[in-house]
Design a protein around this ligand. Structure first.
Ligand code: NIG
Ligand code: FE
Length: 405
């Protein structure tokens, strides 16, 4: 049973108390057994039974729960740097999509990539994410868009779950766009998702959540409702890409289907936000996408004030958010969306775990939870997110084990 001592401040990030409450403990100690936390408190109060246990010195670092990236599109082929150049010159994301670029191009490149090549690429991404303090990653399919190709992506995630330490929460996002070969057979694609993919994926336990991109160029509210209800019937937790480019009623739909989260929400209506508050849906801010699309940011204060928990994630994908740097997303959630650093940290730990339905075991440092934690070289959370650096994380522990560089 190891004991971590010499912690300047431990940010427990327990759920109670709302967005800004991190429940810090000064000069703390942390005890775990196997992969589970046993005790957290002031070092001076360490119970006698733990005093003889092997000690690890935190070197006066700040300690926080391992970060949870609750929205990524991790497995994809190719990149789209040329579209980035066009957007820098003012061409819009939707315009690029209409011209055949965007998600469609990544679908073609992903289909051309082998399962093995995608696996090795994701392995590299995850290794770097772990160094940045990320211990859990939600991973969406959505660049396959056929029965076999969607399964290929979910199998990549399954293999990664078995071979590397970062925890993965796979999500079926077959409803990302209607693939080109179904352009004139929309209903047939919807049926492929509801009658074939969802039952198969649920039976094989290849995904825990089901997501839909609700947008003009993607799926309508009613199509999304149908897919998410079907997913729910098979035990897949609903999630949504909602109200990213205009108010399309996504926030309200998230409340109506009892989604664990609604993500993006730059254009969510007041009425949608109120409905999310009543239904307990987490709002996920994705400020890296906002930044890259040169878009109006999500106003996180509106959500916090309405009583909606706000999570922060990267949206890592080759189009709108080509970075998996979650601490950068947290700093941007402060600068662009109006969260305080403490609120952003709660959003990348406790509420991010809630946004994937895993807050019983992840997202905070309390007895009984997984021993996923990070050592940060900063004097407090304000300073950590204010002084942006490539990496302030000194060490990452997952399930009580320290990851080697
Ligand atoms: O979350 N919104 C849809 N999906 C991604 C973008 C994917 C892409 O451009 O390849 C997003 O922003
Ligand atoms: Fe996304």
């Amino acid at each position: 049973m190891p004991v971590l001592t010499n912690i300047r401040q431990l940010l427990t990030c327990r759920a109670e108390g709302g967005q800004e409450a991190l429940h810090p403990i000064e000069r703390a100690a942390l005890v775990w057994e196997g992969d589970t936390i046993r005790w957290v408190g002031p070092e001076a109060e360490l119970p006698a039974r733990f005093r003889e246990m092997p000690r690890l010195d935190a070197g006066g670092c700040l300690v926080a729960p391992g970060l949870v990236d609750c929205h990524t599109h991790l497995a994809f082929g190719g990149w789209r740097a040329d579209e980035f150049r066009l957007r820098c010159r003012g061409v819009s994301y939707l315009e690029i999509a209409r011209q055949g670029g965007g998600i469609r191009r990544t679908v073609a490149q992903t289909r051309a990539a082998s399962e093995d090549a995608l696996y090795h690429r994701c392995l590299g991404f995850l290794r770097e994410m772990a160094r940045l303090g990320i211990t859990t990653v939600e991973t969406k399919s959505g660049y396959g868009l056929s029965f076999e190709e969607e399964l290929k992506l979910l199998r990549v995630y399954r293999r990664l779950q078995a071979t590397q330490p970062v925890r993965l929460i796979p999500t079926l996002l077959a409803a990302h766009i209607v693939p080109p070969e179904y352009a004139d057979r929309r209903e047939a694609y919807l049926q492929l998702i509801t009658d074939e993919l969802i039952p198969h994926v649920a039976r094989e336990r290849l995904a825990e959540c089901c997501d839909v991109f609700v947008e003009e160029t993607a799926f309508t509210v009613e199509e999304a409702r149908r897919i998410l209800e079907r997913g729910k019937a098979f035990g897949l937790r609903p999630k949504l890409h909602a109200d990213q480019l205009h108010d399309g009623g996504g926030a309200r739909l998230a409340a109506e289907v009892g989604a664990v989260s609604a993500d993006h929400l730059e254009y969510a209506s007041d009425e949608g936000i109120q409905a999310m508050a009543r239904a307990g849906v987490v709002a996920v801010a994705l400020p890296i996408a906002t930044l890259y699309l040169r878009q109006r940011p999500m106003d996180a204060r509106r959500f916090v004030e309405a009583g909606v928990p706000v999570a922060v994630a990267t949206d890592f994908n080759p189009g709108s958010a080509p970075s998996y740097h979650l601490p950068l997303a947290m700093t941007l959630a402060c600068v662009l969306c109006g969260l305080t650093p403490a609120e952003a940290l709660k959003g990348a730990t406790c509420y991010a775990a809630r946004a994937i339905g895993r807050d019983r075991e992840l997202g905070s440092l309390e007895p009984g939870k997984k021993a996923d934690f990070i050592l940060i070289d900063a004097e407090d959370v304000d300073h950590w997110l204010y002084h942006f650096r490539p990496n302030a994380v000194q060490a990452t522990f997952i399930g009580g084990k320290r990851l080697e560089d």
